[in-house]
Structures are given as C-alpha cells and as structure tokens.
Write a protein that binds this ligand. Sequence first.
Ligand code: BG6
Length: 303
Amino acid sequence: MSSSERKPIEVIKGINGLEKVVLRGIHGTCVEVYLYGAHVTSWKNELGEELLFVSSKSIFKPPKPIRGGIPICFPQFSNLGPLETHGFARNRLWTFDDDPPPFPPDAANKVFIDLILRPTKEDLKIWPHSFEFRLRITLGPGGDLMLTSRVRNTGTDGKPFTFTFAYHTYFSVSDISEVRVEGLETLDYLDNCQNRERFTEQGDSLTFESEVDKIYLSTPTKIAVMDHEKKRTFLIRKEGLPDAVVWNPWDKKAKAMADFGDDEYKHMLCVEAAVVEKPITLKPGEEWRGRQELSTVNKLLDS
Ligand code: BG6
C-alpha cells in the first residue's frame, strides 16, 4: 500500500497483541498510541525519525506500565500514600470517547483521537472518586503533538477530590552529555534525590552528568530541550501545568530497573509537564484541563 493510500487513523495490533492507534499526518509524520494507558509510544517527524524514547526492555504487558513514550500520571504523580506510583491511569485500558464535549477549534489538517478513562469498581476501592478523564491526542499539520487532558468530577456524593498529574514525556536524545534544557534556570525545585528538599537552580541552563530527579516549581509555559549532537530542539509548551519534572536515572538506577537497558539512560531525558506542588481539587461538576504541546526545531534546516 502506498503512503498516500494509508488511512489517517488506523487501529492495529501492537506488541503482545495490545491495540494501538496510528495517526498519520501530512508529509509522513506519525504518532502511535496504545489504548493500554492511553500511552503515546511513538512520534515521528517528516524524516521518519523517532522523537520519543521507548526502552528496548519495556514489557508491554499489563499491569506493568510501558517504559518510555508519554505515560499519563494520574491521579497522583510520584509514590506518596497508598496509591501505586504515578497513579493507575497508565496501566488501565482506555476506550474511544465517541461523544467528547466540544473542544475549542484547533488548526486545520490535524488528525486526532479522543480517549476516555472512567473508574471501574476495583479502581473505586483504591481511589473512591467518580471521574471522567478525557484525553485528546492531536497530530498537527506541522508534525506537532498536542495532548489535552480534561478531568471531571462526576461524583454525586457532593464530595471534592484532589489529584496531581504529569505527562511523563521521555524524549529521545543522541547523547545525554550533549543535552541542555532552557527555561528552568533560577527556579526553585524539590529534589527527589534529597527527600524533596527545596533548592534554587543556578543561573545557567541545565546540563547532565549524574542522576537527576527534580520537580521545578511554577515554571514558564515554554521549555526547550536542546540536543546538540542531533542539532535538534524540542519545545514544550504547557497550559494548566505549572510544574516540570526533570528525570534521568543515570547508570546505577538504570541497572536496578528491570524494564530499562543498562546504557539507555544516555539516550533519554524526561521533561514532564506536571501539577505536583499544589494539587488540583475539583468539586462535583467541575473540570480541570491540562495541555501539552510538543514541537521540534531542526537547527540544521535553519543554518
Ligand atoms: C519520575 C520520578 O517522574 O519518574 C522518579 O520523578 C521516578 O522519581 C521516575 O523514578 C520513574 O518512575 P516509574 O514509576 O515509571 O519507574
């Protein structure tokens, strides 16, 4: 089948028979989403280059979340309290949302899917709150990848609920020692490697030479990840997501993770648009929205 005959949206079997949706944009751009976790596992530019990191050791088998891509962390970021680490949204089977409420108009020539997660009886035992989580995943005409999350409290008991959240994006980078992050300098952060103690980042852009696991607080809405070897810049734009987590496990933690290759830390960096410090509280009927837009600038094309 020639690429012009391919459908813009197709549902096919992925690894271990798990269903995945393929979104095809113009000029050959492409995004893949597993219904398991509503998990974006691939984002390719018009040159067919993969922009997201997925571990070669990822298990792709419930209940283990997929290692890489864009896990959705909900209803909690991190591993505080009785809930599982990063919540359960990333290891539940999402379904297609056939009747999404209206979204504000987007650019033309976009391809998108709407997915939804509602709690099962089992979920309500571990997190006793009725909710609807709607996720729209859009591949824009320029190859940009947009994720819009809408969480609604559908409870009838009059009770509010509170959650934290992250788009746990794993960017694919050529060599972590050649990567720089701009937009987080001079900000306060909580250091997960030091019991979440609060520090202030120095004035320079971030570079990486050891494990990093930091939650930057109240960041600007735009963050840049520059891959010098690839001469590529990732741009992250975010709304409703005040914080940003930066994570690379480095060598020791990498070795300790069963679903992560020993040397793979060299080729990934997580920069996660998040709500951590000030959790969101929704009363019945209220809705929260959090949006992340990812794009790339190929500096080679500019020069
Ligand atoms: C990051 C956290 O967001 O996710 C880290 O800040 C954590 O502390 C990492 O180790 C990976 O988490 P998990 O549950 O996917 O192994």
